[in-house]
Design a protein around this ligand. Structure first.
Ligand SMILES: Cc1cc2nc3c(=O)[nH]c(=O)nc-3n(C[C@H](O)[C@H](O)[C@H](O)COP(=O)(O)OP(=O)(O)OC[C@H]3O[C@@H](n4cnc5c(N)ncnc54)[C@H](O)[C@@H]3O)c2cc1C
Length: 479
């Protein structure tokens, strides 16, 4: 019997699992996909928001401000990229100027320091490609960018290093409440736990419905689509550039990624409650993203686009995050994790672990290892370091992805760690082969070959992403 089962291995579920491991608690994470971070966590703007816009008094406001304060330390401990590059919300009208003042005031109530309204001249000096029509901006130096999926992978890896368990390909289908525990099933296997944490993203309402006849909330998907530009567009903007927010969210923005690409999006499209898998991109909405971005930033080199993608926001009927014990004894909801869910994840992890360890009366673990072991990034080493590394381990001398300069040694490391990658995209998310200009056209087959060899399976069994997304059907000329 587990003390706690966490349903969902996105950035929220994995953060909770890792923080729970600081206590003497037996934890299992159940995830329906074949890897962690396959839901909303893999497709968002990757911003650690400064936290000035979620209204004072809301959970979003509280956890965003707290999350931003501790994000740097968490990323350093877990060896995850994070850059505090700052953000600018641009004003184009008198009405927008009033919005900037209101955002600044709200941020100050939430304790966010160093907010400043900069005039047109300063804005130009900071970001020469901002539209000539922008008249001022709210500058928030504490906003940052990260790699969301890497954070979830790191949280899960560190949780497992400290004894947590992870069951992939386990889609929770039923949850039965007994008098002092739960029985959770995927239709084949049963898992028992004293407490259940529901961190199932856009499916959190359905999971809650398994134990509660009349749930207090519903979750509707709200889609956002993006362009990702090649690194040749690097420095077109150096900070996160927003328009003024609306009731649909923070607007379509332009920002650098931690790897030097330029990200443009998202739009905001309400889908039906049943469309929880609708992550396709559409020409119509991408054209809208283009139009909105061109209004904000001049001369965006869209010809340098290397991919498009979309993500689904978990839009709650309550409008705010839903975090806490539910009306069903022992069942904890973390739902409605739309933006700023990523920014808030480190704070939510700590908060939820404190609440649950409290009711379990669990002591702090004396031998918790907070650090994740260093991941070697060959490209960032100097020539002497590279030479020494290759002598120690020749796999670092074989470059597999030429766009991103990723070696076989890095791929082997990504496969063999706790919470290691087993799919083509899982390896791409961990160490970036296939994330460059050719999008895996050259390195993809070689990564499949390495995965098959290391996992001891046929190349035909290696998947691109989800279960059954096989890439190869058999050998040519064998028919
Ligand atoms: C377009 C867009 C832009 C965003 N931009 C930002 C941003 O810049 N900054 C920010 O702070 N936030 C942002 N967010 C929000 C942020 O991405 C989310 O808050 C965060 O990723 C939510 O993580 P999660 O773990 O709750 O959900 P998910 O990552 O979706 O994880 C839920 C997991 O539960 C699993 N699951 C579901 N059902 C079951 C089941 N039956 N059994 C087992 N497992 C199940 C899923 O497979 C999934 O892996 C954005 C969101 C979107 C969509």
């Amino acid at each position: 019997m587990y003390d706690v089962v966490v349903i969902g291995a996105g950035v929220i579920g994995t953060a909770v699992a890792r923080e729970l491991m600081k206590f003497d608690i037996k934890v299992m994470v159940l995830e329906r996909e074949n890897d962690v971070a396959c839901g909303t966590t893999k497709a968002n703007s990757a911003i650690v928001h400064a936290g000035y816009d979620a209204p004072y008094g809301t959970l979003k406001g509280k956890f965003n401000a707290w999350g931003n304060r501790i994000f740097g330390e968490v990323c350093e401990t877990l060896n995850v990229p994070f850059k505090r590059i700052g953000s600018l919300v641009c004003a184009f009208s008198e009405e927008d100027l009033a919005t900037l003042e209101a955002l600044k005031h709200n941020g100050e109530l939430l304790g966010i320091s160093n907010l400043e309204i900069v005039d047109q001249l300063s804005l130009r000096a900071m970001e020469p490609n901002v539209s000539d029509d922008a008249v001022a901006a709210l500058y928030a130096p504490t906003a940052g960018i990260t790699e969301p999926w890497e954070l979830a992978i790191a949280y899960m890896e560190n949780a497992m290093d400290n004894g947590a368990e992870l069951k992939l390909n386990f889609e929770v289908k039923t949850i039965e409440k007994k008098c002092d525990h739960y029985i959770i099933s995927d239709g084949n296997t049963l898992v028992e736990a004293k407490y259940v944490v529901n961190a199932a993203g856009v499916y959190a309402d359905q999971i809650y419905h398994m134990v509660c006849d009349v749930p207090e909330f519903t979750i509707t998907p709200r889609r956002g689509q993006y362009f990702l530009l090649d690194k040749s567009a690097k420095d077109h903007v150096r900070r996160i550039i927003f328009p003024c927010p609306s009731n649909k969210g923070k607007g379509t923005l332009v920002l650098p990624t931690v790897n030097g690409n330029i990200l443009i999006g998202p739009d905001s499209e309400d889908l039906e409650i049943s469309q929880k898998e609708a992550t396709e991109t559409t020409l119509e909405r991408l054209n809208l993203v283009k139009q909105l971005a061109n209004h904000l930033i001049k001369d965006i080199p869209f010809s340098e686009n290397i991919t498009t993608f979309s993500g689904l926001r978990a839009e709650p009927s309550t409008d705010d995050f839903i975090i806490g014990f539910s009306q069903v004894d022992g069942f904890y909801n973390i739902a409605g994790m739309k933006s700023p869910g990523l920014s808030s994840a480190p704070a939510i992890g700590i908060y939820v672990a404190d609440e649950i360890s409290g009711v379990l009366n669990a002591a702090r673990r004396t031998r918790f290892e907070p650090k994740r072991s260093i991941r070697i990034q060959f490209e960032h080493l100097n020539d002497l370091q590279k030479k020494a590394l290759i002598e120690r381990n020749p796999a670092y001398g074989r470059v597999i992805c030429r766009c991103e300069m990723i070696t076989e040694g890095e791929i082997l490391d990504a496969i063999h760690r706790n919470c290691g990658g087993t799919t083509l995209n899982g390896i791409k998310r961990r160490v970036r082969p296939g994330a460059g200009r050719c999008q895996g056209g050259f390195c993809g087959p070689r990564v499949v070959e390495i995965l098959a060899r290391e996992l001891g399976c046929a190349m035909e069994s290696v998947c691109q992403e989800g279960q059954s997304s096989y890439i190869l059907v058999g050998k040519t000329k064998s028919l």
